[in-house]
Design a protein around this ligand. Structure first.
Ligand code: RNT
Ligand code: ZN
Length: 433
C-alpha cells in the first residue's frame, strides 16, 4: 500500500469507529485498577497547551525589512524542507491546519519579533500592542489565549554576546526597553484574552575561559529589577535558564541557580526547558523541588538529542516523567504546558502536530496512573509491589484511550492526521517559493 493510501485508510477508520469495543475493554481494564478513563480524557483535553509559533518559520520572525534578519547566535533551526511560512497570514493559516489535528485546548505563543508593522521598520524597543492586534483578533476568534516572549537574540544589538547583562549601558538599556515593551504587549494580550505568560530567555554568555562571571550576573539582576519593577494584571512572568548555547559553551549568565533564586526572591515564575540541563539530569524532579517555592512553572517541552537540539517533542521517557511528576505533585492543572522545538528538516505542520500530540499524550498518560496503589505500596514498605505496579503501566491499553480522546476531540486518531498534512502540503505549502 502507498503511504498516502495508508493515511487515508487510517483517517477513515478513525472516523467510522464511533463507539469502540476496544475502548470499552480498555476502560474496564483501567477501572479494575481504580482509574476512571472518561474523567482522565475529559481533564486531559481541557488543559491548555501553548504551542510556539516559531516552528512554523524556523524562528525567522516577521520584522521588516525581512532580509535584515541577523543570526547572532543563541538558537538555530537546521534543515531546508520547503514551504516555511513567509508572513503572518501564512503562519496563521498553517497553524490553523495543525490546530485542527491536535486534540484538546490550545494557546499560542509568540515572540517579540513576530510583530506586524505593515512593512514599516519598528525597532524592538518600540514594539507596542498595535503591532500585535492582528494576532490578538485572530486568537480571539479561535478561542485561544496568547503567550509572549521578548526576543533578545538574532539582532545587531546583541553585543559581544550580551544583552541585558552587557557592560555597555546603551546595550543594556535597549534590551531593558525591549523587555518592558514586551511586558506591555503581554498586558494587552492578557486584557483581551484572559491572561498571558511572558517568558524571558536571553542568550547572554561566553565561548571560552570566562574571566568575569560575576559582573554580567550582577548587571542582569539590576536590569531584571527594572524590567519587573511593576506587577502587571493577569501577566504571568517567568524566566528561562539554560546550560549552554552554541558559541556560548563556557558560560551562561542566566543559569539555573541564578534564575531559580532570582524568581523565588522576586515572586516570579520559572521556565524549565527539557533541553536546558545536563543530559542525565531529571527535569521531572524539579517540579516538586521548586513548586514549593515558586508560584508558576512554565514547561518548554522540547527534545534534546546529545545537546539542546530542539527536536520535535516525542512521547518518550523524559516527557512522560515530567507529566507523571506534575500529576503526582498535584500541579498538573497549575503548571503551564507549552512546546519549544524547531525542526526545519521536516514538514513543519506535521512537526507542530506530532510534538503537541505527544505532550497531550503524556498528560493523558499521567492521568491514567494507578498512583494511589503505588503510594500505598511505598508507604507500606513494599518496594517490590510498587515496582510491579509501575512496570505494568507500560502494557496497559493506553492506545485505545488515546484514540478515544482523539474521537472526543474530533481529530483523527492513529495516523489519519498525516492525510490532511499531505493534502495541505500539496495544495499550499509546496507552492510557496
Ligand atoms: C532557547 C530557549 C528559548 C527559545 C525560544 C525561541 O534555548 O529554549 O525558549 O527556544 O524562545
Ligand atoms: Zn525554551
Amino acid at each position: 500500500m502507498k503511504l498516502d493510501d495508508l493515511f487515508e485508510q487510517e483517517a477513515k477508520a478513525a472516523k467510522s469507529r464511533k463507539s469502540d469495543a476496544v475502548y470499552t475493554a480498555a476502560k474496564a481494564r483501567y477501572a479494575s485498577l481504580g482509574v476512571d478513563t472518561d474523567a482522565a480524557i475529559k481533564l486531559a483535553l481541557s488543559l491548555p497547551i501553548s504551542v510556539h509559533c516559531w516552528q512554523g518559520d524556523d524562528v525567522h520572525g516577521l520584522e521588516a525589512p525581512r532580509e535584515e534578519a541577523v543570526d547572532a547566535g543563541g538558537v538555530m533551526a537546521t534543515g531546508n524542507y520547503p514551504g516555511a511560512a513567509r508572513n503572518g497570514d501564512e503562519l496563521r493559516a498553517d497553524f490553523e491546519v495543525a490546530a485542527g489535528l491536535i486534540p484538546g485546548k490550545l494557546r499560542f505563543a509568540l515572540h517579540g519579533m513576530y510583530m506586524e508593522t505593515g512593512g514599516k521598520k519598528v525597532e524592538r524597543d518600540e514594539i507596542a500592542p498595535e503591532h500585535f492586534t492582528r494576532w490578538v483578533d485572530w486568537a480571539k476568534a479561535k478561542g485561544w489565549a496568547l503567550d509572549f516572549n521578548p526576543s533578545c537574540f538574532a539582532h545587531p544589538m546583541v553585543t559581544d554576546g550580551l544583552t541585558l547583562s552587557s557592560n555597555k549601558k546603551a546595550v543594556r538599556e535597549f534590551w531593558i526597553r525591549h523587555c518592558l515593551a514586551s511586558r506591555e504587549v503581554s498586558r494587552y494580550m492578557a486584557s483581551k484574552l484572559g491572561n498571558c505568560v511572558c517568558n524571558l530567555w536571553i542568550s547572554d554568555g561566553r565561548k571560552d575561559s570566562t574571566a568575569d562571571r560575576m559582573g554580567p550576573r550582577a548587571r542582569l539582576v539590576e536590569a531584571l529589577d527594572v524590567v519587573y519593577a511593576k506587577k502587571l494584571p493577569k501577566v504571568v512572568d517567568v524566566l528561562e535558564s539554560k546550560l549552554f548555547g552554541i558559541a556560548l559553551e563556557d558560560y551562561t549568565v542566566g543559569s539555573s541557580e541564578f534564575y531559580l533564586l532570582y524568581a523565588q526572591s522576586r515572586g516570579l515564575g520559572i521556565c524549565f526547558d527539557l533541553g536546558h540541563f545536563h543530559p542525565t539530569e531529571s527535569i521531572a524532579d524539579k517540579i516538586s523541588s521548586t513548586y514549593l517555592f515558586v508560584k508558576d512553572i512554565l514547561l518548554h517541552c522540547s527534545r534534546p538529542i546529545r545537546w539542546d537540539s530542539d527536536h520535535v517533542t516525542r512521547f518518550d521517557d523524559s516527557l512522560r516523567a515530567v507529566a507523571d511528576e506534575a500529576q503526582r505533585s498535584g500541579c498538573m492543572q497549575k503548571v503551564w504546558w507549552s512546546t519549544d522545538f524547531f525542526d526545519a528538516s521536516i514538514n513543519r505542520i506535521a512537526a507542530w502536530v506530532i510534538g503537541t500530540r505527544a505532550v497531550r499524550k503524556a498528560i493523558l498518560w499521567a492521568l491514567l496512573e494507578p498512583w494511589k496503589y503505588a503510594v500505598d505500596a511505598e508507604y507500606g514498605g513494599d518496594g517490590a509491589a510498587k515496582l510491579a505496579i509501575e512496570e505494568m503501566r507500560a502494557i496497559l491499553p493506553f492506545g485505545a484511550v488515546w484514540d478515544q480522546a482523539c474521537r472526543e476531540a474530533d481529530v483523527p486518531g492513529g495516523l489519519g492526521f498525516m492525510a490532511e498534512v499531505h493534502r495541505y502540503e500539496r495544495e499550499v505549502t509546496l507552492k510557496r517559493t
